[in-house]
Write a protein that binds this ligand. Structure first.
Ligand code: GDP
Length: 297
């Protein structure tokens, strides 16, 4: 069954923060995510990130890890929250220093605040001659958001997602913020977490990117995710490398589900394959009945 039991404190171990990047359109979310993805190839590991799987993990020079949800825009964030999924520990909000604090920036700020997720501001495009980061910080102060430079507690860093200036320092500030949160999880139990995205691949079948939030996922585990289920046949990281087990805070693509679960669906590993199938079938049945009912009305 899928009863989630409270973990004993001695079973909890530190885990990496899970970070979402939000902000106004064209302020540089994609550029920042791309820069981080391309620059942070784990030392000694061959090959960069080869596929876009909706989430990726990076290891900094000091060995510390951060997991990024690579679904820029708060549409994904709100869609997941609407489905009851709370996957983000920290929000990076990107603001272009050559622009103003725009409506979508304000929306992103209120979404993060409503979710109780700490914000780190990335004041972007400081390589541009027209950039005016102070104006942005002043604007934030007027919204009662005092960044460190302005004597406040909110972290912010001036960056260029184009040249990479300040990105390392931004990530260090994210890790500082993460330390305050004392993020932990129990890796020694059946895995559970959230679906980030899923699609049907012509050659591989259903590929689902999931984020393990507790426990450890192994090849051969029986997974129940939304209205789908299946035995994990293979797991691949963002470098296309096959892995056998995945612990908390790690994003991974899995093969073996009998359908595509929706972004924001919870997933659980069950001991009994039949039970996983039955629950998934009952959920699809309910969903069909509901859609018939809405069509009638
Ligand atoms: P998004 O809509 O927030 O994902 O923004 P993008 O990452 O697509 O960036 C929008 C535009 O701004 C693109 O043309 C980028 O090349 C450009 N851009 C992003 N970051 C920087 C930066 O730091 N400096 C400069 N000069 N241009 C940038």
């Amino acid at each position: 069954s899928i009863v989630e039991e409270e973990d004993a404190p001695e079973d909890l171990e530190p885990r990496a923060p899970i970070v979402t990047v939000m902000g106004h359109v064209d302020h540089g979310k994609t550029s920042l995510l791309d820069y981080i993805r391309e620059e942070n190839v784990i030392a000694g590991e061959s090959g960069g990130i080869t596929q876009h799987i909706g989430a990726y993990g990076v290891t900094l020079d000091n060995g510390q890890k951060i997991s990024f949800l690579d679904t820029p825009g708060h549409e994904a964030f709100t869609a997941m929250r609407a489905r009851g999924a709370q996957v983000t520990d920290i929000a990076i909000i990107v603001i272009a220093a050559d622009d103003d604090i725009m409506p979508q920036t304000k929306e992103a700020i209120s979404h993060a605040q409503a979710a109780g997720v700490p914000i780190v501001f990335a004041i972007n495009k400081v390589d541009k001659p027209t950039a005016n980061p102070d104006k942005i910080k002043e604007g934030l102060a007027q919204m009662n958001l005092l960044v460190e430079d302005w004597g406040g507690k909110i972290q912010s860093h001036d960056i260029s997602a184009k040249t990479g200036q300040g990105v390392q320092e931004l990530l260090e500030k994210v890790l500082l913020e993460a330390e305050l949160l004392e993020l932990t999880a129990n890796p020694n139990k059946l895995a559970s977490g959230t679906v980030v995205e899923a699609f049907l691949d012509k050659g591989k079948g259903y590929v689902s990117t999931i984020l393990v939030q507790a426990g450890t996922l192994n090849i051969g585990d029986y997974v129940l995710a939304g209205t789908t289920s299946g035995k994990v046949k293979a797991m691949q990281d963002e470098r296309g490398k096959n892995v056998k087990k995945v612990g908390p805070s790690q994003p991974i693509s899995i093969l073996g589900l009998d359908g595509a679960p929706q972004a924001g669906d919870k997933f659980h590993v069950l001991e009994d394959e039949r039970e996983a199938k039955q629950i998934a079938a009952r959920r699809s049945q309910l969903q069909r009945e509901q859609s018939v009912r809405t069509q009638r009305h």
